[in-house]
Design a binder for this molecule. Structure first.
Ligand SMILES: [Zn+2]
Length: 464
């Protein structure tokens, strides 16, 4: 083990055990949060297991015991979503704020993990279990903040609405229904999403910054189909569905969309350029200064940390074709999944794909999840409440606006004109703790408890 490695390991230990990492140091509110977290992690709220209602019952009980009783439970499919309203008694109150988290988690099988994913564990400065990071820490931060504010007789100057959805990881129906059919229950000036944002550090303690998510790419899936009369494989025809599809996919591999900046990614790359040294930082500076510098954008896009952030990306994800070993394929199909930049019409992406595919290849939309959304304009009040709460604990850490390359519940609200800000207050050690959706998911104990405090302070600031 080299000297450098020893130093970094010491760094991790120092961060992970910095504050609040042992039960002895925690006050009653943090201990209560930890105990509730254990119960929440132990409920396997995976699609198809019908356990979300158990979690709703548990959380509803906690809120009601604290006197927050305006709760609506909405069953949909085989899951549920939950809406809580804390009404302000103020006259001429401002429009409500909406707080978002999702209760469901991605499937986790004990044989894939080092232990049972649905038995909460506390060790080495971490809380372990499926959902510890995504997104049950967010559920807890919002719940514990609301309970504490209520007990302290906080008087909100606007209604605070909480929406906990039950299917973010799969269909997103809870958020979709809330943004449309249940709109009057959740209508708000803006939403704060606990599922995204948050900080990361290298294990030597170097801060990589905290993200505030204000934009998401649009999700679309297309099917490329090639049909052929087929025939006996002993007498190959000059045209062949599989070869035609393969050559179109090679064209797709070589193709790339025009890069584009929006308000959020411009702010992101401007901030990142200050931190990033060397060629990457230089390329970020060049691109922000001159958005038509495609060479700079291409250079940035090639980095694993930046992939998907400079443009729309489409990639082949599935392949199917033929019906027998000794027959020429009559149908060959590929699935192409696209993540489209905010502000770009999916119809234009479809047009570009059709042009690329050419004659003889049919391109159809096979999955359209959510409407395209523009970036949410960065609000001073939200940015400053988040910055204040984060920097109180990590002085001078950069706060960086972000566009998610994936999709969350937030996009359904942006689609109906409610701006959404991902302001998770948790942090992780990168890349060691990047385990959301993966095996042995975990969150540093001090990060979990900081997240509770940060949400408590932000809600108090923005609704006070
Ligand atoms: Zn999530």
């Amino acid at each position: 083990m080299g000297k450098k490695l020893l130093a970094s390991l010491f760094g991790v230990a120092a961060i992970v055990s910095s504050s609040l990492s042992s039960a002895a140091k925690m006050d009653a509110w943090h201990l209560e949060g930890r105990d509730l977290f254990e119960k929440v992690i132990n409920i396997p709220t995976v699609e198809g297991r019908k356990k979300v209602n158990g979690l709703v019952t548990l959380l509803k009980g906690e809120f009601e015991a604290a006197g927050l009783t305006d709760i609506t439970v909405k069953p949909h499919g085989d899951t549920e979503s939950m809406i809580l309203r804390w009404s302000s008694k103020t006259k001429n109150k401002a429009k409500p704020i909406l707080l978002l988290a999702h209760m469901d988690v991605v499937e986790a099988l004990p044989e894939d993990w080092s232990f049972d994913p649905f038995v909460f564990q506390e060790r080495d400065g971490y809380y372990y279990g499926r959902g510890t990071k995504d997104n049950k820490a967010g559920v807890l931060a919002i719940t514990m903040s609301m309970l504490r504010l209520k007990r302290e007789n906080f008087a909100p100057q606007r209604d605070i609405i909480v929406l906990f959805t039950g299917d973010e990881e799969t269909t997103g129906k809870g958020a979709e229904l809330a943004s449309t059919q249940w709109r009057e229950l959740v209508d708000a000036e803006y939403a704060l999403n606990s599922d995204v944002g948050g900080g990361s550090f290298l294990k030597d303690g170097t801060a990589l910054g905290y993200g505030i998510q204000a934009a998401e790419k649009t999700y679309r899936t297309y099917t490329f189909s090639v049909r052929n009369p087929g025939g006996h494989s002993s007498r190959p025809r000059p045209d062949n569905a599989i070869y035609e599809l393969a050559s179109v996919l090679k064209k797709l591999e070589a193709f790339s969309f025009e890069p584009g900046l929006n308000e959020v990614t411009r702010a992101y790359f401007s901030e990142r350029a200050k931190i990033e040294t060397g060629e990457l930082g230089e390329a970020m500076k060049r691109w922000v200064a001159n958005p038509s510098d495609r060479e700079a954008a291409d250079y940035i896009e090639a980095f694993p940390t930046e992939v998907g952030k400079t443009r729309t990306r489409c990639v082949a994800t599935r392949l199917e074709g033929g019906h027998a070993d000794n027959a020429l394929a009559q149908l060959a199909e590929a699935t192409v999944n696209c993540r489209i930049l905010p502000g770009i019409d999916p119809a234009d992406v479809e047009k570009a794909l059709k042009q690329l595919a050419g004659k003889g290849v049919e391109v159809t939309v096979s999955d359209a999840f959510g409407a395209p959304t523009d970036a949410s304009p960065l609000r001073d009040d939200v940015v400053s409440a988040y910055t204040k709460a984060v920097q109180k604990r990590h002085a001078g850490v950069p706060i960086i606006p972000q566009m998610s390359t994936g999709a969350t519940d937030g996009l359904f609200f942006r689609a109906v004109g409610i701006p959404v800000y991902g302001v998770g207050g948790q942090w992780i050690i990168s890349p060691e703790d990047e385990r959301a959706h993966g095996r042995d998911e975990r969150i540093p104990i001090s990060s979990f408890h900081e997240n509770m405090e940060i949400w408590y302070e932000m809600i108090g600031d923005l609704a006070g």
